[in-house]
Design a protein around this ligand. Structure first.
Ligand code: AMP
Length: 135
């Protein structure tokens, strides 16, 4: 598979791994939002969250918690963000399912997401639209 994360997993491209088991690997992001920014990646290639099966998603979530504890202890963190992008429109650059763990530091300058508002009745309408599609 000609995917940069698959190449990292196969050891064909260097990376700084911080954790690995038979299904999941965690390595430092090469362009960190903050130092210690870590990516948690399934070894099997899935493009995004919609493709990942239940078992791997459970394994990833447990790994995120384990690695987040490690980062927390390493930096004596008071908080971190866990994020995940699906599709280019959502900012996904590498089309191999992955989660970001981003350590947060006081006054690190990161801005929260900008927010929008709903018009009267719009929130209930959108809630219904989504509810109908959840299977
Ligand atoms: P995303 O926008 O969610 O697809 O994020 C992909 C992330 O992969 C970015 O934060 C990149 O900095 C990171 N990245 C790309 N290439 C490498 C690499 N060779 N080693 C480590 N991280 C990488």
């Amino acid at each position: 598979m000609d995917c940069i994360f698959c190449k990292i997993i196969r050891g064909e491209i260097p990376s700084v791994k911080v954790y690995e088991n038979h299904k999941v690997v965690a390595f430092l992001d090469i362009n960190p939002v903050n130092h210690g920014h870590t990516l948690v990646v399934p070894k099997e290639h899935f493009e995004n969250l919609l493709d990942g099966g239940e078992e791997i998603l459970k394994e990833i979530m447990l790994t995120i918690k384990k690695v987040a504890w490690g980062i927390t202890r390493a930096f004596d963190l008071k908080g971190f963000n866990v994020g995940q992008n699906n599709g280019a429109v959502a900012g996904q650059i590498v089309p191999h399912l992955h989660w970001h763990i981003i350590p947060r530091f006081p006054d690190d300058g990161l801005e929260p997401w900008s927010r929008k508002e709903y018009k009267q009745g719009e929130m209930a309408e959108i809630g219904e639209k989504i509810r109908k599609e959840i299977v």
